[in-house]
Design a protein around this ligand. Structure first.
Ligand SMILES: [Zn+2]
Length: 231
């Protein structure tokens, strides 16, 4: 597992100084966004470009979905992804497959193991059912971002949760657990085709998804220095 990032000073979140590190080899940073706790982000990411998600303060779930930009019906499919990986957890090398079995994105580096794709996203309804609270939610954030790209409620499907831990126990027991993610942990995800990528920086306070304390995350976009051969 790669070591956590040593960040050089680029910006400051409320609680901690955020530091930057070198771009992934062969890439140049083209964009950077600090996403507040409970905030959202979305963009079209070109084939060959890379997204880096940085958990600035540790234990922060980042709910994520991606869609084929040419045909958004070809959206992230968790079951296809797990079947092809023959694993419940997402790690370096895992390809994120679409509805039509299209390889949409690939995890090319991660300093945090076992990202989740079975726990889904939080919603006002589920928070009310489970905790008696109607709250801001990842579902609302997804809807906000997807609307920007001409999509809506029916486009929200079982998602990826970067940095979230959902271990499987005996008898198939599953539950959101304390994340092993440390401050500065990151995951690099390469677009294998043009995609629409959206995140919700989870506002959950009632289970361990965000360590009961949602915090900001950094989303960086990188472009390849030169077009790679064979693409
Ligand atoms: Zn959430």
């Amino acid at each position: 597992m790669p070591a956590p990032i040593n960040y050089n000073f680029v910006m400051t979140s409320k609680r901690k100084t955020v530091r930057s590190r070198a771009a992934p080899r062969g890439y140049l940073r083209s964009d950077s966004a600090l996403v507040d706790a409970g905030g959202s982000w979305g963009a079209v990411v070109g084939a060959g470009e890379l997204l880096r998600f940085v958990d600035l303060e540790g234990q922060q779930a980042v709910d994520f979905l991606c869609y084929n930009a040419v045909d958004t019906r070809d959206r992230y499919n968790a079951a296809n992804t797990m079947k092809m990986a023959e694993n419940l957890f997402l790690n370096t090398g895992t390809v994120l497959y679409g509805e039509y079995a299209t390889p949409l994105m690939k995890i090319v580096a991660s300093s945090c193991p076992d990202h989740d794709t079975i726990g889904g996203c939080c919603s006002a309804e589920m928070n009310f059912l489970r905790y008696g609270k109607r709250t801001h939610s990842c579902r609302a954030n997804f809807l906000h971002e997807l609307t920007r790209f001409g999509m809506g409620e029916s486009d929200i499907v079982a998602n990826v949760n970067w940095f979230m831990s959902v271990p499987i126990g005996r008898g198939g027991h599953m539950a959101i657990s304390d994340s092993p993610s440390r401050p500065g942990d990151y995951v690099d995800v390469e677009a294998l085709t043009d995609v629409v990528a959206v995140i919700s920086n989870c506002p959950q306070k009632y289970n361990p998804a965000c360590g009961y304390n949602p915090t900001p995350v950094l989303v960086e976009t990188y472009k390849p220095v030169r077009a790679r051969r064979g693409r």
